[in-house]
Design a protein around this ligand. Structure first.
Ligand SMILES: [Zn+2]
Length: 453
């Protein structure tokens, strides 16, 4: 693993921005150390020093955060979502995928605007920050609006305009989508928190030309290339009808599999396809709650890791999984893998936490994220040890995966800046946002009523 270069030793007599006092520190470093009673010295958005709490009493700092009754851990990395779909949450439950798409999602998306996408992205940022996520990969339209929301809120994101072979509200042709990617890259060049990916939607909603061209773009800009792949039987049938082969075979023949390739879902991957992905160095993003709710199936995650394929975790959009909660996703991933294999020893808690932190970060090409190390970014979250489900705490990693479910998150920080603390969002007018999203729900309901009338 490529650890970030160690910074010069921090002169401890110098005042720093923040000192965090951590009761338990889950580092996710190369040795997966869990340390008790540590102090984190943060300055300039970077963790400058980690030292025993007993040695930190006299440090001078702008702010001292008492998290001695907490587990402090790296901010979680949500490797796949569609953030603006928070606006559609609860509007299409308990429906088959094609019904859900054609009777709910596509009619709503046909009326989307930049402003609505911005609103839904802001809401997603609030939800994710309040549940310990500091970075997410987004695939949707009007990504310039999501970029603005992320920029002002303070999270990190890897944004991707979803590319389809049909016009969307955001662009008329794939060429326009490619141009949008180029513009966003220019607008946010060198941005410390916002990066981009190239994301054809699926093989069956694009074409061989789009798949090839989008992969070339990702290579030329050195970006991750993300695609929904092998999610359910219907997708396999469509791929077979259109291309005469399975999606992974098609991607391999088109030269679209490499370490920059990030395949989302992978529910129906075969053993041979896992070997293909392992040889290519591609990553898989597992979205167990979405797959379960749509009854798509259970991805072979344990076999995937065994084959040497990097597996990350994602929530998918809130319209399909109803939640952007990576803690719930971790618990679900562990339980479903055990059910699938009929073996309680597969996918232990540490492997699942890796999927939500270091593996997700590496899949997105941002490997300094997902770990708490000296010289790394101060992207952290803290979970209270005082809530009943975390008391007592013999094994913090176990609690984070099996018990937490998002309960007791008290603070989330990105590059040393607090974006969530004790129910408050310091970078956004949350009351105003709640009012605006209620109005957006009224818009969505009336739109669905008009269509079904
Ligand atoms: Zn998705």
């Amino acid at each position: 693993m490529n650890a970030p270069a160690s910074p010069p030793a921090w002169p401890l007599h110098m005042p720093c921005d923040t000192v965090i006092e951590a009761g338990l520190l889950v580092t996710q470093d190369d040795r997966r150390r869990v340390l008790a009673d540590q102090a984190l010295v943060i300055h300039g958005g970077v963790i400058q020093k980690i030292l025993p709490l007993a040695d930190a009493a006299d440090l001078r700092c702008g702010r001292r955060l008492d998290l001695r009754r907490c587990i402090v851990l790296p901010g979680l990395v949500n490797a796949h979502t569609h953030s603006p779909m928070t606006l559609f949450r609860g509007l299409g439950d308990d429906m088959p995928l094609m019904d859900w798409l054609s009777r709910r999602i596509w009619p709503l998306e046909a009326g989307l605007t930049r402003e609505l996408v911005h609103l839904g992205s802001q809401l997603a940022c609030c939800e994710m920050a309040s549940l310990g996520t500091t970075c997410f990969q987004d695939m949707y339209i009007f990504q310039e609006s999501t970029a603005e929301a992320v920029e002002s809120f303070g999270l990190k994101a890897v944004l991707a305009e979803g590319i389809l072979n049909v016009p969307t509200r955001s662009y008329q042709t794939p060429e326009e989508a490619y141009a949008r990617i180029a513009n966003l890259l220019a607008d946010y060049a060198g941005h410390p928190r916002i990066r981009f990916a190239v994301a054809p939607h699926t093989v069956y909603t694009t074409s061989e030309a789009i798949l090839r061209r989008s992969f070339q773009l990702a290579e030329s800009y050195d970006l991750p290339w993300c695609i929904h792949c092998t999610e359910d039987e219907a997708e396999l049938e469509r791929a077979q009808a259109l291309f005469g082969m399975r999606p992974v075979t098609l991607l391999e023949r088109l030269g679209c599999l490499s370490p920059r390739s990030v395949l989302v879902h992978g529910v129906l991957l075969t053993e041979g396809e896992l070997q293909t992905l392992a040889r290519a160095g591609a990553s898989l993003v597992h979205c167990p709650r979405s797959n379960a709710k749509l009854a798509s199936g259970l991805a072979p995650v344990a076999a995937c890791l065994e084959a040497g394929v990097r597996a990350a975790l994602g929530t998918d959009g809130a319209a399909s999984s109803n939640s952007l909660n990576m803690f719930e996703e971790m618990g679900m991933a562990a339980l479903m893998a055990k059910v699938r294999q009929g073996d309680p020893t597969v996918l232990p808690a540490q492997a699942v936490l890796d999927m939500a932190t270091t593996h997700a970060a590496r899949a997105l090409g941002w490997q300094e994220l997902g770990r708490v190390t000296e010289g790394g970014p101060a992207d952290l979250t803290a979970v209270s040890l005082d809530v009943p489900r975390h008391t007592p705490c013999p094994n913090p990693v176990s609690h984070l995966v099996y018990a937490c479910q998002g309960a007791g998150v008290v603070l989330t920080m990105v590059d040393g800046h607090v974006v969530y603390e004790a129910g408050c969002f310091p970078t956004v007018d949350y009351d105003g946002l709640r009012h605006a999203v209620r109005e957006a729900l009224a818009w969505a309901r009336s739109r669905l009523d008009t269509i079904s009338a």
